[in-house]
Design a binder for this molecule. Structure first.
Ligand SMILES: [Cu+2]
Length: 165
């Protein structure tokens, strides 16, 4: 591991190394990617409640949602291997956005994993759901939703989630 990391990052890194059983040192480029992922996860965690259990805020517009602005958020419930329900809420101001195309991608916070990708179907106006999502491994994931509205506008949102066995 790189010598200069934020104390929180180091502790975090140790956790996923333990979980995923990766003991060999990594290619420097991979280390950079891991650090980026860790930073992203920490930022996301900081934005969530302690524990960060499966909720996240949309990142579109730098986090501030002005009236009438397109925004999405992601929540993950029942985060277990083989399962997980990903719910994406898309709004424009206070109004739900219907008929959007919503794709959800899950990436683990370490390298070498194939992403899990699913389409989310609209289950009520402005609310889109994919489940069982099919998390392929226990550990720490970043779930990203890519949203395209019927008139072609795009936004994204993401959530950090720890998946149990
Ligand atoms: Cu993994």
């Amino acid at each position: 591991m790189p010598a200069k990391v934020h104390p929180g990052t180091r502790a975090y890194g140790g956790r996923w190394y333990h979980r995923c059983g990766m003991t060999r040192s990594l290619h420097p480029r991979t280390q950079v990617r891991l650090l980026l992922a860790a930073s992203l996860a920490l930022v996301t965690l900081a934005a969530c409640k302690p524990g960060g259990e499966g909720t996240g805020r949309g990142t579109a517009g730098g986090g501030s949602v002005a009236a009438g602005q397109l925004a999405a958020s992601v929540a993950v419930t029942e985060p277990v291997v083989g399962g997980g329900v990903v719910t994406v809420t898309v709004r424009e101001g206070d109004a739900p956005v219907r008929g959007a195309s919503v794709e959800v991608q899950g990436d683990m916070t370490h390298a070498g994993m194939v992403p899990v990708i699913a389409a989310a179907a609209e289950v009520e106006p402005g609310v889109y759901r994919a489940g069982p999502f099919g998390f392929s491994m226990a550990g720490d994931w970043i779930v990203t939703a890519e949203v395209e509205t019927p008139d072609g506008r795009e936004t994204t949102a993401e959530a950090f989630v720890t998946v149990a066995r």
